[in-house]
Design a protein around this ligand. Structure first.
Ligand SMILES: [Zn+2]
Length: 351
């Protein structure tokens, strides 16, 4: 053997030994990010509409193996771009209910995915099967999804852009969606899973077909309540929160929930609307009972700093973060309280 050959052999031997030494496994992690905290349909101060991004993975990929978006209100795509998540990277989008303040941003996301990723996998959209309200109104996530690209089909854009790139599907963004519907029940049921990530749902009160979700991962768990309220539509009742959400949240690490401050009622919001959401103090009490470590208030009504919400002027002037925090603290919940702002995040485990 020449000197060089000996050196080479020694080098490869070293390589082999190095490769054989087991490396410490990258630790699993989960990040929960509020992509928008606007409460209800009004536009205010650049806040994005309701939505939560849940990422799960490990340290080596910044918790980025699985990416789930729950609700997609106005501006969701813009917020996702700020955390480096293009539409093509989302594994699934879940809807809590068919109100536009939770769905305004959906067309933006799926149209962009269609534009550049028509040849990629379909995106799962998970939501309730058609639900009929007490007034006989049918609420249909399936139809919403099926018709999401209709305006672009009718304007001619789908055909025009397809003429530039034949990869683009002729049916528009709806053709790139796999709809997964389920019948919301009072008991949690698994509605979606991928590897170690499992998503469960329960029925909750707000409008027909409303569902709340729980994501379980080896790094931790999160419940997204959506706009859930108690099945008993108005006081007297034990709590404004949902009993089913509480069942879903037993032992969960993080609760993300719509919060409506009591000042809304004093400011003239009709009882019919007011009582269909949960109060911050009741959410704190629920978080305490289930042993949650983090409570993230989102979809704040009123938004922090807002003079009014739609037609209702806030009695006593705009609220601050402290107003919400005080409500939760009164419940005796001693965990971490996040009064939501766009892109506020909780990482498990904390870094
Ligand atoms: Zn809402």
């Amino acid at each position: 053997m020449t000197k060089t050959a000996i050196a080479m052999a020694a080098f490869f031997l070293t390589m082999e030994v190095t490769a054989a030494v087991p490396t410490a496994e990258a630790a699993p992690c989960m990040i929960v990010t509020l992509t928008g905290v606007q409460g209800g349909p009004p536009a205010f101060n650049g806040q994005a509409g309701a939505g939560t991004l849940v990422r799960y993975g490990d340290d080596s990929n910044n918790c980025g193996t699985v990416k789930l978006q729950i609700d997609a209100g106005r501006g969701t795509n813009m917020r996702l771009s700020q955390v480096g998540v293009p539409p093509a990277q989302l594994n699934a989008i879940f809807f809590t209910h068919m109100h536009s303040d939770h769905a305004d941003g959906f067309a933006d996301i799926v149209q962009l995915r269609w534009h550049f990723n028509s040849k990629g996998p379909k995106i799962d959209v998970v939501c309730s099967s058609d639900a009929v309200s007490q007034l006989g109104i049918t609420v249909s996530c399936k139809k919403f999804v099926a018709h999401i690209g209709d305006a672009y089909l009718h304007s001619g854009e789908i055909a025009q852009r397809r003429s530039e790139n034949n990869d683009r599907l002729a049916g528009g963004p709806a053709e790139l969606i796999n709809v997964v519907t389920f019948e919301p029940k009072n008991e949690p049921q698994v509605v979606w899973s991928s590897g170690e990530v499992k998503v469960s749902a329960v029925r909750s009160a707000h409008i027909a077909g409303h569902a709340s979700y729980r994501v379980d991962t080896p790094a931790g768990s999160v419940v997204i309540g959506g706009d859930a309220g108690n099945d008993v539509a108005a006081p007297p009742r034990a709590s404004s929160t949902s009993d089913q959400v509480e069942k879903l949240a037993k032992g969960v690490d993080v609760i993300v929930h719509t919060a409506q401050h009591p000042v809304m009622k004093d400011s003239g919001m009709p009882a019919l609307i007011f009582y269909h959401q949960s109060a911050p103090a009741d959410l704190g009490a629920m978080a305490k009972r289930v042993g949650a470590k983090h409570l993230m208030l989102t979809h704040l009504a009123p938004p922090i700093g807002a003079e009014r919400v739609g037609p209702w002027k806030i009695l006593g002037g705009p609220l601050t973060e402290a107003h919400y925090r005080k409500e939760v603290e009164a419940s005796g919940f001693t965990g971490n309280v996040v009064v939501g702002t766009d892109l506020a995040s909780v990482r498990l485990p904390a870094k």
